[in-house]
Design a protein around this ligand. Structure first.
Ligand SMILES: [Zn+2]
Length: 163
């Protein structure tokens, strides 16, 4: 997507690259930093869902619907509710080896519209500020609010996709 020769690089999601590069570079930066920061790691699920829904060519298509619903649950009921659903699913998967992905808590949310992906999101990972090599230099609540905005932008753009 990006042009060579000094032109601005553009990510698959439509965003312009930030100082660290494209969203994939930001994503890897977040995954590395959150490994050493349990509080930051609590936003792992929405970060992964938003990244994959904004760059579906890097995702497994069959999981995108569940990830879209997880972001809606996150917006609707908050981070704790999302973490409870995730923990519940892990427990179920351990209990029953062939148990399918448990959609019950996510069933009330809209399915992923056909016809995507959207070409633009008003907030993306490569728009996140990084100071002193950290995503959380101004505190975890500020980081969490930025992840919420990205999650919301992801859901909004997908909702506007026309099949
Ligand atoms: Zn991107």
């Amino acid at each position: 997507m990006g042009e060579l020769g000094g032109a601005v690089l553009q990510c698959d999601c439509g965003a312009t690259a930030g100082p660290l590069g494209l969203c994939v570079d930001y994503y890897h930066g977040i995954l590395a930093e959150e490994q050493a920061d349990p509080q930051m790691y609590s936003w792992h699920a929405p970060v992964v869902c938003a990244y994959l829904l904004q760059h579906p060519s890097r995702a497994h298509e069959k999981y995108l619907d569940g990830q879209f619903r997880q972001l809606q649950l996150f917006m609707d009921k908050g981070l704790d509710a999302l973490l409870r659903v995730a923990a519940h699913q892990v427990a179920r998967n351990k209990h029953r080896a062939r148990s399918s992905y448990d959609m019950a808590p996510l069933a009330e949310y809209a399915p992923l519209p056909p016809g995507g992906p959207p070409g633009h999101f008003r907030a993306t990972l490569c728009g996140l500020p990084v100071r002193d090599g950290s995503f959380v230099s101004d505190g975890h609540p500020a980081y969490g609010r930025r992840i919420e905005i990205i999650a919301q932008a992801t859901v909004e753009s997908w909702r506007f996709v026309q099949s």
